[in-house]
Write a protein that binds this ligand. Structure first.
Ligand code: NI
Length: 180
């Protein structure tokens, strides 16, 4: 197991559409090592999700792990470490909500993005079994953010308004000014 470098916005791999993984590849040394390393890398970085392109591997693989409880997003539900291979996402209705998103590949910044809040996710787990989840609210946003990475998209592409991209340490000031 090892910590990989998280590539940052500007690296071309973050803009590529990642390739699907074949079922037979899931037991390969390449995927096993990548997955182990992604878990270590996510833990070390202190994030809640990581997609393979962020460690410069252009394959459709992402992990999510949410401790739950109080967070900078308010009270959020927990999700144990879950692996998603070749995920597909379906929007269940048109209701949207916004969050100040951050990304390990865009360090130091936060941007306000509105996304659908009820989605269904279909994917394979690390052993190739089918998984299906319905997600609401903040979790729906997290998954759309992670899966965007597999299509070469960053949250900065989806800002509601380009003025809603701020440095992390300015977020409090920014919001306080809006409330004035
Ligand atoms: Ni991200």
């Amino acid at each position: 197991m090892a910590i990989r470098e998280i590539i940052r916005m500007g690296h071309p791999t973050l803009r590529k559409v990642a390739r699907p993984l074949a079922l037979a590849e899931l037991s390969s040394g390449y995927v096993r090592r990548l997955l182990d390393d992604m878990v270590d890398t996510l833990h070390q970085a202190g994030g809640i999700g990581l997609a393979a392109p962020q460690v410069n591997e252009s394959v459709r693989l992402a992990i999510v792990e949410i401790p739950g409880g109080a967070s900078r997003y308010g009270e959020i539900p927990a999700m144990p470490l879950t692996v998603f291979v070749n995920p597909e996402i379906e929007m269940l209705d048109g209701e949207t909500a916004g969050y100040w998103e951050g990304c390990l590949s865009v360090p130091g910044l936060r941007g306000y993005v509105e996304r659908p809040q009820r989605v269904k996710v279909r994917a394979l787990d690390s052993r190739g079994s089918h998984i299906e989840l319905e997600l609401n609210g903040f979790l729906a946003t997290v998954f759309q953010h992670e899966f965007d990475h597999l299509d070469g998209r960053l949250y900065t592409d989806r800002l509601k308004d380009s003025s809603l991209l701020v440095f992390e340490d300015m977020l409090g000031t920014h919001q306080a000014m809006l409330e004035d």
